[in-house]
Design a protein around this ligand. Structure first.
Ligand code: ADP
Ligand code: MG
Length: 300
C-alpha cells in the first residue's frame, strides 16, 4: 500500500504541495489528474524518493521512500523528462537495471523486444519522444516492479502504441499485482485503465475516489419546462454549473442521482434526461466546484 501522509513541498517561496494526504490501495491503477502546475510531477518525485518532502512522508508498505534502497527496489519511475547519457542504448540501460532490480524478468524483456519496434542498440538521445517513451516502458515492464510510477506516459505515443501500453500495463497488474500510479492530462487514456483517481489542485487533493464512484457522484441533466422556470428550486441542489436557454436547463449537479432526479421531476419538466459524464467532464466539473473558471481559460 502507498500512503501519502500530510506532505508539504516548497521550492523557495513557492509551495508546490500542501498537507497532501491520501492512500493508494495495493494492486490498483491510480490516475493522478490536475491542471498544469498542480503538483503531480512533484508528488511522483517524492513517492519515488527523488525529492524529500519538507513535511510529511510517502510510505510504501509502511516504509518511507526517501533514501531507502529497500523500498526503491520495489519501485520503477518514468519521469516526464527522463535523462539519458549521450551514448545510452536500451541494451546499456538493461545491463544497468538487470543488476539493480532483483525482480528483473529476462524472459519478459526478450518478449517485449519482439513487440516494440525499438532498436536496442540505437542511441536513446537520437530517438523521437515517443520512441524514448517506448524504450523506457520496455525496461519498466521487464523490471516487474511492485509499484510503477509513470509521468505523462502517453505523451508523444501514437494511438496503436497507446493501446499496446494500456494492454501491457493491465497484464502487469494481473500477473504481478503491480500498483500503477499514472499522472496524466490525457483523461481519455486514464479512463480506460484507471480504477481510482486523485484530483490535485494547487498542491492539495480535491477528490480521491474509485473512478466509478466519482462518476456516480456527479450528474449532467438536461430538462425542458413548459414555461421559463424560476431558479429557486435549484437552491436545494448542489449545482456546479448551470446553463439556461429559454425553457431548457442544462445542469451539472453533485450528489446522489436518484435524489437529484426526484427533485427535478417534482418541478414537472416536459422532458428530462440524465446524461453520463466522461472523466474529462468529471474533471472539469470538480475543477469548477473549486472555483477554477474553465470557460475563462478556454476563451483566452
Ligand atoms: P504538474 O506536474 O502538476 O504540472 P509540477 O509538480 O511539475 O506540476 O509543479 C508544481 C509547481 O511546483 C509548479 O508551480 C512548478 O513551477 C513548481 N516546481 C516544480 N518543480 C520545481 C523545481 N525543481 N524548482 C522550482 N519550482 C518547481
Ligand atoms: Mg507534470
Amino acid at each position: 500500500m502507498l500512503e501519502i501522509k500530510n506532505i508539504t513541498k516548497r521550492f523557495g517561496e513557492k509551495t508546490a504541495l500542501e498537507k497532501l494526504s491520501f492512500t493508494v490501495p495495493e494492486g490498483s491503477v491510480f490516475g493522478l489528474i490536475g491542471s498544469n502546475g498542480s503538483g503531480k510531477s512533484t508528488l511522483l518525485r517524492i513517492i519515488s524518493g527523488v525529492f524529500r518532502p519538507d513535511e510529511g512522508s510517502a510510505e510504501i508498505d509502511g516504509e518511507c521512500t526517501f533514501e531507502n534502497p529497500g523500498v526503491k527496489e520495489k519501485c520503477f519511475f518514468i519521469s516526464d523528462y527522463p535523462y539519458y547519457y549521450n551514448n545510452s542504448t536500451v541494451e546499456s540501460l538493461v545491463n544497468f537495471y538487470r543488476d539493480l532490480y532483483p525482480t528483473w524478468n529476462e524472459e519478459k524483456y526478450k518478449k517485449l523486444c519482439t513487440i516494440f519496434p525499438i532498436g536496442t542498440k540505437d542511441r536513446i538521445v537520437n530517438m523521437s519522444k515517443g520512441m524514448q517513451r517506448q524504450a523506457a516502458l520496455m525496461i519498466a515492464l521487464s523490471v516487474c516492479p511492485k509499484y510503477i510510477l509513470l509521468d505523462e506516459i502517453f505523451d508523444g505515443l501514437d494511438p496503436v502504441v497507446r493501446q499496446l501500453i494500456k494492454k501491457l500495463l493491465m497484464e502487469l497488474v494481473a500477473e504481478n499485482k503491480t500498483t500503477v500510479i499514472i499522472a496524466s492530462h490525457n483523461l481519455r487514456e486514464l479512463e480506460d485503465v484507471c480504477d481510482h483517481i486523485g484530483l490535485i489542485h494547487k498542491g492539495g487533493i480535491v477528490m480521491e475516489k474509485e473512478l466509478d464512484e466519482a462518476k456516480l457522484g456527479i450528474h449532467r441533466i438536461q430538462a425542458v419546462f413548459e414555461e421559463e422556470k424560476s431558479e429557486e428550486f435549484l437552491k436545494e441542489l448542489d449545482v456546479v454549473s448551470l446553463k439556461k436557454q429559454g425553457k431548457m436547463l442544462m445542469l451539472t449537479v453533485k450528489g446522489d442521482g436518484q435524489t437529484i432526479e426526484e427533485k427535478i421531476r417534482a418541478q414537472k419538466p416536459v422532458y428530462m434526461e440524465m446524461l453520463p459524464l466522461t472523466l474529462e467532464e468529471v474533471f472539469i466539473s470538480e475543477m469548477e466546484a473549486v472555483g477554477y473558471d474553465i470557460n475563462n481559460i478556454l476563451e483566452k
